[in-house]
Design a protein around this ligand. Structure first.
Ligand SMILES: [Zn+2]
Length: 481
């Protein structure tokens, strides 16, 4: 369990989740004939899971079942995106150019990520060969297919859905979808992870048709109707929000609290209060996995007064420094994201102490790290919709250390991430194509998912100038010790 909030008042959240995690983990282990900590009565087993399990003969590596580790509920913040939207600017030029190529600087350890021949494939266990199924392109739907493949390779999402645990959380009171969206999502994942015949080592035979899922998505978010190319990041947000609503643990949404959080509270008390307010209305497994908490500090340059707010985020939109001729490192994008910004002129905020508009500085830090960290490289400028930045951004496959972007004053805790998915965009902003590169959750081999086609990928080829969305998972304590 990893948390960067050092606060006993949040413990109940963690304890609760831990209990739920142990229960669900036991349940899964029991079903799979593996170890468990306490005996469970067969009546507690989900019938529908058993049915699915028998139907598709799911194969899961029981000994590797892990908890959700993070317990980081969080939210999306309009502040986040809007703010970050303005953060890119020519003043942030990167002076130290990088002469390393992505080949030499990216993969620190890639022992298991080389391509394997069909002979090698035969020696792997069957669960390592499942999930290698493509998705049909049903008309400019590569944006959807690449997002689905990244979620399908998000191990905690996969296990939550395939184990049928989600079925216990279907929200039929506040979700406009009544569970229809996550059910359609579960059917696609079940098809993708259906066990293939043992002697069939071709990557799949028949691609899965996502039409039924698409029609549920467009009921939830009508903007995705039709067959136009869409932005994968926007789509990911809508899809996660829809899935979250379908399994929101909040059966009756209380009205949002109208009073502001008191300025008399300490930062850490404010952070907790913000978090509790978020969880009052939005609390799901999807939130546990994807949502982090961002701290925004606004400081008056005249009186020094600090105004601090905490907002949930589902992903971080990172500006790309305008040094197109050389490679840019992900760290430079993160630095730009965390760089202090000056708000002056028309942007001057009102200082609550001076009671007037003042020149202020603004800075973002991460107060709570999500288990799954989605980084969005801002290749498409909101102002110039049809311009694409195709700078090559070099990002690490392992040990992405986020500690430099942690809020000051909080107890240091592990915030090292491992890459497992990339959504790539090739072509121009007018007409482009999306593919996904994913690290298989059981074999750790990388594959490229290009609609219905799947191919092996060496770890060295994961980093490219086409990377658009990066999916990182918090490295577990066990792995770090
Ligand atoms: Zn002031």
């Amino acid at each position: 369990m990893v948390t960067i909030l050092n606060a006993s008042t949040l413990e109940w959240v963690h304890n609760d989740r831990e209990e739920a995690r142990v229960k669900s983990s036991n349940k899964l282990n029991t079903l799979l004939g593996g170890r468990r900590e306490t005996p469970l009565s067969p009546t507690t087993l989900s019938r529908s899971f058993l049915a699915l399990f028998r139907k598709y003969q799911y194969t899961y590596p029981v000994t590797e079942v892990q908890g959700d580790g993070g317990h980081h509920p969080v939210i999306r913040s309009s502040v986040t995106s809007a703010k970050l939207g303005g953060a890119r600017g020519s003043r942030h030029s990167i002076s130290d150019s990088i002469d390393q190529t992505s080949e030499t600087s990216s993969p620190k350890s890639t022992p298991r990520s080389r391509t394997y021949s069909s002979n090698q494939a035969k020696t792997t266990t069957s669960n390592e060969n499942t999930g290698l199924v493509g998705l049909r392109n049903i008309g400019n739907t590569c944006f959807m297919n690449s997002v689905l493949q990244c979620l399908s390779n998000t191990r905690s999402v996969l296990e939550y859905v395939i184990s049928n645990e989600y079925a216990n959380h279907i929200n039929t009171s506040t979700s406009s979808m009544n569970g229809a969206l996550i059910k359609a999502f579960a059917i696609v994942l079940a098809e993708l992870w259906k066990k293939e015949d043992d002697d069939d080592d071709s990557y799949s035979s028949s691609a899965v048709n996502p039409t039924a899922l698409k029609s549920q998505i467009q009921k939830f978010a009508p903007r995705f109707m039709g067959y136009n190319q869409q932005d994968a990041q926007e789509f990911l947000r809508y899809l996660l929000e829809g899935l979250h609503e379908d399994v929101n643990r909040i059966a009756v949404k209380p009205r949002p609290l109208e009073h502001d959080i008191s300025d008399d509270l300490s930062d850490s008390e404010k952070a907790m209060e913000s978090w509790k307010r978020y969880l009052r209305r939005d609390d799901s497994k999807i939130v546990d996995l994807f949502v982090g908490q961002l701290k925004s500090t606004l400081q008056c340059t005249v009186c020094g007064h600090c105004s601090v707010t905490f907002d949930p985020f589902w992903d971080l939109s990172l500006p790309i420094p305008p040094s197109s001729k050389s490679n840019v490192k992900l760290q430079h994008c993160l630095d730009l994201f965390g760089k202090e910004e000056i708000l002056d002129g028309d942007e001057k905020p009102t200082c609550s102490k001076c009671q007037t508009r003042r020149k202020c500085t603004k800075k973002f830090t991460i107060h709570k790290f999500p288990q799954i960290l989605v980084l969005h490289l801002k290749r498409f400028s909101p102002g110039e919709r049809f311009r694409k930045l195709d700078a090559s951004v070099d990002f690490p496959l392992t040990e992405l250390d986020m500690s430099a972007y942690t809020s000051p004053g909080i107890k240091p805790s592990p915030c090292s991430y491992q890459l497992y998915g990339v959504i790539n965009h090739s072509g121009s902003a007018y007409s482009g194509h999306y593919t996904a590169s994913c690290r298989h959750p059981f074999s750790a081999n990388w594959h490229e998912y290009n609609d219905s086609r799947i191919s092996n990928l060496t770890a060295q080829r994961v980093v490219s100038s086409e990377a658009y969305l990066l999916f990182y998972e918090l490295e577990t304590n066990e792995a770090r010790l």
